[in-house]
Design a protein around this ligand. Structure first.
Ligand SMILES: [Zn+2]
Length: 321
């Protein structure tokens, strides 16, 4: 119970599903370390279990500890691995061994009549703590709003944990800022305490609640080098991550490109159609924003940009409370 995320590999040997009995038998499912370098959920769970060691849990919990090999290396995933948050039921890669494992975990939790599901992540840019949902039903909103007033509704990418569990119970993905930040661990811990104390997900409307819908995912095409220092083919705006959850005005220069390179950015909508033309325009070796948008998960971590994406683009939606 005091293990470090980097040493879990020696203790558990592989991804593990752990069931703990509580007074209410209908379990809360919690997954963590689907990305090996996102440790906030793991350390919050450690503290949670230490707290309930004597008194006993108010509700049963089932914990899935995901990519412990990547955790050992302190990376999101190893180069030869698939992304552990893209192979849950609903994924296009359902033939993979990892997808079979996630299917099995989901089936077990369905059989256990899972009550709610929480998947805990970190990100690398400057982002507020926010909660993501894949359905906008009231119980999903309640579970999410207990964590943050900033909510993101999304339906792609497919194969994410919260998307799979949304088919069987209220489900949420928590984005808890930078991994290793004590405040993030404390926030998740308090949230888990609050959720565990609930008998049901009662209506919990907050006046300040803001819900954003992701409309596109921005990628840098594989063939181009990129960076922030003016020495690559695509040179991104250095202060780009300051724009997370802030309106980015049309006309702003996102990047400069090497002359004659014809380099460009890609944007994919919910149906995986390339819709870059709707968002970007090109002039004088610059890539500029064509319309005002609100980005999320903008990061300056080049490995994350390559393995995942540059950012998501969102628009605000309103749902009656
Ligand atoms: Zn993650």
């Amino acid at each position: 119970m005091s293990a470090r995320a980097e040493t879990l590999q020696q203790i558990l040997h592989k991804p593990s599903l752990i069931h703990l009995q509580g007074r209410n038998p209908q379990p809360l499912f919690i997954s963590t370390l689907l990305h090996g370098n996102e440790t906030t959920g793991f350390y919050a769970l450690q503290k949670l279990l230490q707290y309930y060691q004597r008194a006993g849990l108010p509700r049963s919990i089932s914990i899935f500890i995901g990519n412990i090999k990547a955790a050992q290396g302190g990376v999101r995933r190893l180069d030869e691995q698939v992304d552990y948050n893209r192979v849950w039921p609903g994924t296009a890669q359902h033939y993979l061994a990892e997808a079979h494992m996630m299917q099995r975990v989901t089936d077990i939790m369905r059989q256990k009549n899972v009550w709610a599901s929480i998947d805990i992540h970190n990100n690398t840019g400057k982002n507020p703590h926010y909660a993501c949902i894949n359905k906008t039903q009231q119980d999903f909103l309640s579970l999410a709003t207990l964590f943050s007033e900033v909510l993101v509704f999304f339906t792609t990418p497919k194969g994410v944990q919260s998307g799979a569990f949304a088919e069987i119970c209220p489900a949420v993905t928590l984005e808890c800022g930078l991994s290793g930040d004590e405040l993030g661990t404390e926030h998740v811990l308090q949230y888990l305490h609050r959720v565990l104390a609930l008998d049901e997900l009662s209506h919990c409307a907050k006046a300040n609640r803001k819900i954003f819908h992701t409309v596109a995912r921005v990628k840098i095409p594989e063939g181009y080098s990129f960076g922030f220092d003016d020495d690559a083919t695509i040179n991104l705006l250095a202060e780009i991550e300051n724009y997370n959850f802030r309106e980015m005005p049309s006309g702003i220069t996102l990047a400069t490109i090497e002359p004659q390179s014809k380099a460009y950015l890609q944007a994919f909508d919910d149906d995986e159609r390339e819709v870059g033309r709707d968002f970007f325009e090109y002039q004088d070796n610059k890539i500029m924003l064509k319309k005002t948008v609100m980005p999320a998960m903008l990061t300056m971590n080049t490995q994350v940009i390559r393995q995942d994406c540059l950012c998501y683009l969102m628009e605000r939606i309103s749902i009656p409370v």
